[in-house]
Design a protein around this ligand. Structure first.
Ligand SMILES: C[S@@+](CC[C@H](N)C(=O)[O-])C[C@H]1O[C@@H](n2cnc3c(N)ncnc32)[C@H](O)[C@@H]1O
Length: 268
């Protein structure tokens, strides 16, 4: 674990869903619309977490089978609890060393994971290895460096103003490579053919300040992990700063947008 990743906390499925799953569940169907996959395919989803993208695949893509892989047993339990589906199976695993035979999947995808893996190129090579010749490979990650994750940037801007150490922890700083061009290059360097990039975007509207703040206090994900690591008095100061700094709509809601870059290619 690197110094900047020490607050990446991927255990508590319910907390993750309140922080990020509520938005990843909205972006997943848009990614699938962009991808336009065929029907009755054997799918692998790498880094499936609590099953946001898995649920969309099962609902929208008529898969023959779906294997979801993630290192977090806690997240996988949440994905399994979404509803029994005989087509789906969730297994503990690591993107950098998939325990699947080569050339066995029709389509291999990943949502919001690639930036968190220490060896990203190895992860994309593994996605290609387990795919059949001509299979589709695709992933998406948030546009952190381009300001595409507004509510996270607001959190880290306030945190960084109060704590110089927090500045290095923000996803903007940690994941500068999350641009369309660099992600597409990474896919090419990993052996993906015919690489194309796109984008999908969803509104992220919080009912009020409490709706914005509470997920950060639940500890699942980098910013919530940092938030709960603060002593109570410093956490209170951060809360007050954010409450004062945010822009509110006339009904008291707080509106941001979340943009993800989408990358697709083919297995050679
Ligand atoms: C931001 S979450 C995304 C989860 C889910 N795909 C979604 O869209 O909501 C990042 C996920 O990457 C997983 N992850 C982190 N390192 C991984 C690795 N080496 N291999 C596979 N998954 C990993 C985490 O456990 C977590 O579930």
């Amino acid at each position: 674990m690197t110094e900047a990743s020490r607050h990446d906390a991927w255990e508590m499925g319910d907390s993750y869903d309140l922080y990020m799953g509520r938005w990843s569940r909205q972006v997943a169907p848009l990614f699938l619309e962009w991808l336009r996959p065929g029907r009755k395919l054997d799918w692998l989803e790498v880094g499936c977490g609590t099953g946001a993208l898995s649920a969309a695949i099962l609902a929208d893509c008529d898969p023959r089978s779906l294997i979801g892989i993630d290192p977090s047993e806690g997240f996988l339990n949440k994905a399994r609890a979404n509803g029994e589906d005989p087509r789906a199976e969730f297994r503990v695993g690591d993107a950098q060393a998939l325990s699947l035979s080569s050339g066995t999947m029709d389509i291999v995808v990943s949502g919001l994971m690639v930036n968190f893996v220490p060896d990203r190129q190895k992860a994309l090579q593994e996605m290609a290895r387990v795919a059949r010749a001509g299979a589709t490979l695709a992933f998406y990650v948030w546009d952190y460096p381009g300001g595409g994750m507004g509510f996270m940037r607001a959190f880290w801007t306030a945190a960084g103003a109060l704590d110089a150490d927090a500045r290095e922890l923000s996803e903007d700083r940690r994941f500068p490579f999350c641009t369309q061009d660099q992600l597409a290059d990474l896919a090419r360097q990993s052996g993906w053919a015919d690489v194309e990039a796109g984008e999908v975007e969803v509104p992220t509207r919080f009912k009020n300040f409490e709706d914005f703040w509470r997920p950060f206090t639940l500890g699942a994900g980098p910013a919530p992990g940092y938030c709960v690591s603060l002593p109570a008095e410093r956490r209170q100061r951060l809360k007050e700063k954010l409450e004062a700094d945010l822009h509110y709509e006339s009904d008291g809601s707080i509106a941001f947008r979340a943009r993800a870059w989408t990358i697709r290619g083919g297995a050679a």
